[in-house]
Design a binder for this molecule. Sequence first.
Ligand code: URA
Length: 284
Amino acid sequence: MSGEDLNKLSVKLQIQEEIFGTELFQKIEGLNDLAETLNAVPLPQANKKVETQPKIEKVTPARSYIPEPSKAVLPQPAVTKFASVDATQFSKITSLTEFNELICECQKCPLGKTRNKFVFGSGNHNAKVMVVGEGPGADEDASGLPFVGRAGELLTKMMAAIGFSREEIFIANVVKCRPPGNRTPNDSEITECLPYLLKQIQLIKPVMILCAGTTAIQALMGRKGSLGSFRSQFYNLEDALVLATYHPAALIRNPEWKKPAWEDLKMFRSKYNELTGEIFEIKG
Ligand code: URA
């Protein structure tokens, strides 16, 4: 092949890379060497696959949500009959059904007044995998079920792509009631609601937890940080390993994040295979 032909090929490949990503180039081994030999325009660098074992960071179970120092003084929870639903009462609860009955009329934070339905979470009570989102949106508020809107459809597909059906997993949110206008729940709302999620985790005892979005991973880790600072790393919580990825609603708004999200999902599934001995071959 002449240097000119190779230049043309290089330009084409760069365009393909923009469309399909760099994975394409992993399969064209030796082409860069050829470019060098002919002293032509170098081809785009293939993604180097570095097979490193991700570190597992141990975190203390997030018993309380830790706000940023600037927001350290939180409003005190309103005193209602549910203010007395404390950890002592939780300790007597041994099933999710019982737990839902105890908390489903919660009025501990202002979201209780504006919600239509309390969204406890749904799925397999003995799930090995839990997915944690931020909080109910309009569709979830209307139905009482988590992740049933557009983002929910995408989440279902994402989990199916790594071999998990909705029936076998349990899906819950950091806050159980819809924040008006789908805003992000504030620190005080998260502080009030997080014990519910932690109790759900203790009852279900999942092997792994996938956090969908920044709010979920921040709440479970008990600290602030960007999604990027949490991704690609497993954390211990209770007896589960936790991994963070993009929220499906963010993927709908930013389709270019689907590729890194897919890397997260593959990482999640291969760790799950390793921990459980179950095998699911991921395509792609
Ligand atoms: N977004 C979430 O974080 N949770 C839901 O249940 C729905 C949308």
